[in-house]
Design a protein around this ligand. Sequence first.
Ligand code: 13P
Ligand code: SF4
Length: 358
Amino acid sequence: MARPRQSLPDEWLGLDPQDMAERIRAHRGRLGDDLLILGHHYQKDEVIEHADHSGDSYGLAQVAAQSRARWIVFCGVEFMADSARLLARDDQVVIHPDTSAGCPMADMAERTGTERAWRELGEALGGTQGVLPVTYVNSDVETKAFTGRHGGIVCTSSNAARVFDWALGRADKLFFFPDEHLGRNTAFAKGFHGPDVLLWNPALPMGGHDPAELQRARVLLWKGFCHVHTHFNTAMIQQAREADPDVKVVVHPECERQVVAAADAAGSTAFIIDWCAAQPAGSRIRVGTELNLVQRLGRRHGDKEILPLDRSLCPNMWKISPNDLLWVLDRLGEVNVVEVDAELRQDARVALERMLAV
Ligand code: 13P
Ligand code: SF4
């Protein structure tokens, strides 16, 4: 759950964009290698221009894990800043410019629900020895800690297939949290569908299934979703193709299965960027992912027509502004420092480190 917002003081409101950019650059010049600013691809351009690294959640987790910087400012949503905190050394300080920038999907799996599901599954199967939790990095620290405690692993959208292989080499059954769609799309690519894959509805006893169904299934999917990506539907793809039969469509795997199936390609944020770059000049491309990234790709590739499949913006990513960034740099170490519960830290970190090792 997003931390309560430490409100941006009036002093940092209504500033001239040019002045702010100069003041941020001055901090970067003064702090040099002591400061690392990370920006997720869904951030606005006026934030990304100050990032030492922009990337997808996997790439940025790797950079955070390897960084020597004393101060790591993470421009992204809460689970990303928390992951950086988990991976950074104790003497590094991780800062989140707007602590109210959470992720609704991460909030869809929480401690009581996941622990109860695990208990019920154990009762249905006569134990959970043959099951491993696989948790999307878009999850809270408690869900990551639960995962680490039960021998499981974290994944991102760019390594989900590899992580599935790792987990299936160690267990007969996977329980995927908290995104039904990334889980279903990855399972499908591994040949699991029909009764192999079950949706676990936390609002129902035993997720809504009987023990025989649970015994039979290979992949259980927690019922969670990203509203930014489930916004896209097959009618949008059909309309785009009707308007232009040569158009190519690429989407993120947080989209529903039928949307991924109707697209020409699907993959993580980094995949989408590379895929668009690899299309020949003159291509006409529609992209089903977060609007800021799609618009940036359109500007970057002037020789191609790259447009959103539809306008879908992540309101939480949007919250981070240059004003927030300037504020946390002006008050470095005094505001918005990310802390992770010491009790959860070890288990959550183990699950993340397993991912980095795969
Ligand atoms: P990536 O893992 O592709 O960076 O996506 C992060 C995200 O929040 C997608 O909604
Ligand atoms: Fe969460 Fe979706 Fe926003 Fe990503 S795009 S941060 S999954 S709400």
